[in-house]
Design a protein around this ligand. Structure first.
Ligand code: Z5A
Length: 208
């Protein structure tokens, strides 16, 4: 295990398989598993409000600020203490989702979203962002429940989100790993393990 914990974010659109793969990666690494929005009692309450269709339409800046309030608490209460104690954290969504959804998707100015993210996170960024990429129609076809407030946005929104994730990954290849999420789950897990192994020094025995 590395002396300092690492923060790995698993990112992607709806139905990409993030929750499935984040849990598998955390188990493989012996890392803590968490999610955003959420991860703390306050964050889970904010998540409930954010996803509730009863609050549609919600202002784009309101949505951004609620996402970031949940993140600030998540970092203070869980992520920073874990990293400081040498424990790695795998988080199901993080800053990449804010850029993709509130920036590219909702259309808030990207530089403002980046600035707000830095403020909320005290500059903390994921050491590695794993983007599980799937076409929007494949992700939507995996839906098993009624759409929440954000899932209910139109297909154009979700396509902008997908292209936004890909643009972020292309723009910062050292911090992003892109895997094909339309492959079977075991194949996706193998691609993620191999990519994480090649990018981060995380006790490679656990990933072999
Ligand atoms: N959001 C935001 O706007 N801004 C932010 O800053 C943050 C978040 C942090 C809630 O997130 C919303 O918050 C999200 C973005 C927004 N809204 N949207 N859309 P969430 O984590 O709940 O997101 P989600 O995309 O709605 O989760 P999801 O639909 O549950 O998808 P997933 O986690 O990517 O997939 P999964 O649960 O692992 O799998 C879904 C189904 O597909 C399940 O039946 C699996 O068995 C199946 N599956 C998984 N992998 C495969 C493969 N490889 N093949 C076939 N089937 C598969």
């Amino acid at each position: 295990m590395a002396a300092t914990g690492r923060l790995i974010a698993v990112e992607g659109g709806e139905g990409a398989g993030k929750s499935t793969q984040a849990a598998r990666l955390a188990a493989t690494l012996g890392a803590e598993l968490s999610r955003e929005p959420g991860g703390t009692p306050l964050g889970e309450e904010v998540r409930r409000l954010l996803l509730d269709p009863a609050f549609a339409p919600l202002g784009d800046r309101t949505e951004l600020m609620l996402m970031l309030a949940a993140r600030a608490e998540h970092l203070a209460e869980r992520i920073e203490p874990a990293l400081a104690a040498g424990r790695s954290v795998v988080v199901d969504r993080f800053q990449g989702s804010t850029l993709a959804y509130q920036g590219y998707g909702r259309g808030l100015p990207l530089e403002e979203v980046r600035l707000a993210c830095r403020l909320a996170a005290g500059g903390r960024e994921a050491d590695l962002n794993v983007l599980i990429d799937v076409p929007v129609d494949i992700g939507t076809s995996r839906r098993t429940a009624a759409p929440d407030r954000i899932e209910a946005a139109d297909g154009g929104f979700h396509e902008r989100v997908r292209q936004g994730f890909l643009a972020e990954a292309v723009g910062d290849p050292a911090r992003w790993l892109v895997v094909d999420g339309s492959a079977p789950p075991d194949q996706v897990a193998d691609a993620i393990a191999a990519g994480v192994r090649s990018r981060l020094d995380l006790g490679t025995a656990r990933l072999s």
